[in-house]
Design a protein around this ligand. Sequence first.
Ligand SMILES: *Cc1c(COP(=O)(O)O)cnc(C)c1O
Length: 460
Amino acid sequence: MTNFTFLPEPYRIKMVEPIHLLPPQERVEALRRAGYNPFSLRSSEVYIDLLTDSGTGAMSDRQWAALMMGDESYAGSSSFYQLESTAQELFGYQYIIPAHQGRGAEQVLFPQFIKPGQDVIGNMHFDTTMAHISLAGGIPVNLVHERAYDTQLEHPFKGDTDLDQLRSYIVKRGAENIAFCIITITCNSAGGQPVSMANIKAVSEICQEYGVLCFMDAARFAENAYFIKKREAGYAHQSIKSIIREMFSYTQAFTLSAKKDGLVNIGGLIGIKDNREWYEHTRSVLVPLEGFPTYGGMAGRDMAALAVGLQEVVTDEYLEARVYQIEYLATRLQAGGVPFQSPVGGHAVFLDAKKILPHIPFHQYPAQALCNEIYLEGGIRPVEIGSFLLGRDATGVQLESPLELVRLTIPRRVYTISHLEYVAAICTKVMQRASDIKGIKITYEPPVLRHFTARLEPLS
Ligand SMILES: *Cc1c(COP(=O)(O)O)cnc(C)c1O
């Protein structure tokens, strides 16, 4: 991050959405009402919303125009065929099936391949992916390289699967006990860290050698391709599109949340490379779960906007500005002495709450406590990725997450550098009073995916 030159956003603002910072006392009350869980805040209580980059992006004028042209026919919508041909061309897959969002794609695709008791291996599964593996009777297994857990280690591809572990795991467990492998690009749960082309290829080859199917969880496929172009030898002069083609050539199917690199607010896709039987079966499962195969839970207008989004996201100009925003925020946090996972990934900066709040043990949820302080200080809503998100084992014992992270997630094309300047200033102020921050305890939690609705209370 030396020679940092200033890069203005490659768009100008045509429509504005006002945002407001509540006075400090009202933020205190809002957080109390929310049970000290930022997920339960109302958006009107938030000034800068960095909860997620999922479905929170801004569409372009071309996407809004496409929206007006959406074909709402139940069957055979022309918007579907636009989306289908765009995705076929982009990913090099023969079969494209729409779904209402990423988890819809997962619920349709996964149960076809999982027999109860089988493992689903991968670099690091996303939380809804884990949930859908478990719901289908499978066991999610993460085989990400251990360097992903070292937040200070500089490595260009911290989302890579550990190849030695992958091989020995398949041998030890037996290929017949493994339903399939999923490569998550970028690796969201490991901090949005990219996966190298060499690693995607090697994982695919090892899977092939043992007869294990290999799929992609492709939510941030364009950001991953951009990192390959910038960081991996031999790709600097290739187009983003050709890098994407190569990435997907190594897998047989994908699920994709269009709410990320699709540049739309809702939507998802399933891609099947060439297996007609899987395609036929997937289409028939789709109908009762998501909808008819030419809409799959999406409105015609949403499919039309997604077809345009998939074209906009693969441009160098868009991706350069996208990743620049994340790097800019990181540089400003570094100047303020706030530790974060380095190098930064493609969609967020992950603050290292273990380093910021070393006095708070994992069972007092240091990252959740830090999220709350950032909200109180400046009306910014981050999200916890740590022990609070991880949950409990089968016997009810709280698991210890190897990382306690606070994710500052940057929505696509929504905030400007001056918003990020403010975010860095607020985090720096919180950092300066870190030793006074207390841990937190849970007062209510639901049995699954508790982090969305749990209530907490600060420890005195
Ligand atoms: C968001 C996401 C999903 C789930 O997609 P939704 O659209 O939120 O249902 C799955 N995997 C990864 C890696 C994601 O980031």
